[in-house]
Design a protein. Structure first.
Lengths: 113, 118
């Protein structure tokens, strides 16, 4: 069975400081992992995805995530937060023939001026 | 391309009423999905379809039915709405690209439908 755990439900940072959103996964086989972002009252947008090519994955808007198999983690980072980064972020695992996604419960990122 | 579209965007129902949510995609995707999003629970899969004429149950299928009569459309029906079905509903689609490590690809999401059942 697959699952994903987002370790923080809320994260608050100041503009210009680094962002770290933590995600651990569980999978009985090598997973595909995604980070999606949802701005208030909007749909979901793909930030980045890991599908085994490189362990450090770069996404849009300066975000990146590192796949660490030994730690079963896929943390999302950004060197410098911007006000427009305030949103909810979902870590997602998928796999199998039907491409079903398993979502984490989300991390709400607040960016203070 | 419009991508994935959903209609309606908002709806208020009374308990016991029925309605159908429409999802349409113009990317020729084989796979389509319906999710519901509730506070603190992320998105949960209701039903999905791996091709025209096929449907399957997801994690939370009770109280919902679906149909995929055309490849580009995926309908979600509520036969007798209940307050517990108050939620935001998202449709998504993807096509299958075999990666050699299982089969997976990006899902593209619609803008959502906010449903309130009184």
């Amino acid at each position: 069975a697959q699952s994903v755990t987002q370790l923080d439900s809320h994260v608050s940072v100041s503009e210009g400081t680094p962002v770290l959103l933590r995600c651990n996964y569980s999978s009985s086989y090598s997973p595909s992992l995604f980070w999606y972002v949802q701005h208030p009252n909007k749909g979901l947008q793909l930030l980045l995805k890991y599908t085994s090519a490189a362990t450090l994955v770069k996404g849009i808007n300066g975000f990146e995530a590192e796949f660490k198999k030994s730690e079963t983690s896929f943390h999302l980072t950004k060197p410098s937060a911007h006000m427009s980064d305030a949103a909810e972020y979902f870590c997602v695992v998928s796999g199998g023939a039907t491409n079903k996604l398993i979502f984490g419960t989300g991390t709400l990122l607040a960016v203070q001026p | 391309n419009a991508g994935v579209t959903q209609t309606p965007k908002f709806r208020v129902l009374k308990t016991g009423q029925s309605m159908t949510l429409l999802c349409a995609q113009d990317m020729n995707h084989e796979y389509m999905y319906w999710y519901r999003q509730d506070p603190g629970m992320g998105l949960r899969l209701i039903h999905y379809s791996v091709g025209e004429g096929t449907t399957a149950k997801g994690e939370v299928p009770d109280g919902y039915n679906v149909s995929r009569l055309k490849k580009q459309n995926f309908l979600l029906g509520l036969e007798s709405a209940a307050p517990s079905q108050t939620s935001v509903y998202f449709c998504a689609s993807s096509y299958l690209r075999t990666s050699g490590r299982g089969s997976t690809d990006t899902q593209y999401f619609g803008p959502g439908t906010r449903l309130t059942v009184l």
